[in-house]
Design a protein around this ligand. Structure first.
Ligand SMILES: [Cu+2]
Length: 123
């Protein structure tokens, strides 16, 4: 008697595991957040202003359309890309944890001073 109850329990557990495995297969876990496409040239970002939400993951796809290396950094959120060579692209992902206006800038020497900045608004 005890054995058959145990066996039935085992079958139910296995069925539940199988259902879960099949049901959850296609979605890869949770919200993807916001994606922003940003172009970089000498010496500017396009768009010059982006608005995101506090607590929502942001992925920035960077395309360097200039003729020298460019990059992307926001100090407050530790968001920093690699140095991206001319004609190449890169990506930065970060989650802003406070609201306000912040400066996006290119960390290549002299570029920020040449006006290569953009505004990040977190709401
Ligand atoms: Cu630059």
């Amino acid at each position: 008697m005890k054995k058959s109850v145990l066996a039935l329990g085992l079958v139910l557990v296995m069925a539940a595991v199988l259902l879960t495995a099949c049901g959850g297969g296609s979605k890869s876990g949770g919200a993807a957040g916001k994606t922003i496409d940003m172009k970089m040239t000498e010496f500017a970002f396009e768009p010059k202003e982006v608005t995101v939400k506090q607590g929502e993951a942001v992925t920035v796809n960077l395309v360097n359309q200039g003729s020298v290396a460019h990059s992307f950094e926001v100090d407050e959120f530790g968001a920093k890309s690699d140095s991206i060579p001319a004609g190449q692209s890169g990506k930065v992902t970060f989650t802003p944890n406070k609201t306000g206006e912040f400066t996006i800038y290119c960390f290549e020497p002299g570029h920020k001073d040449s006006g290569m900045t953009a505004k990040l608004i977190v709401q």
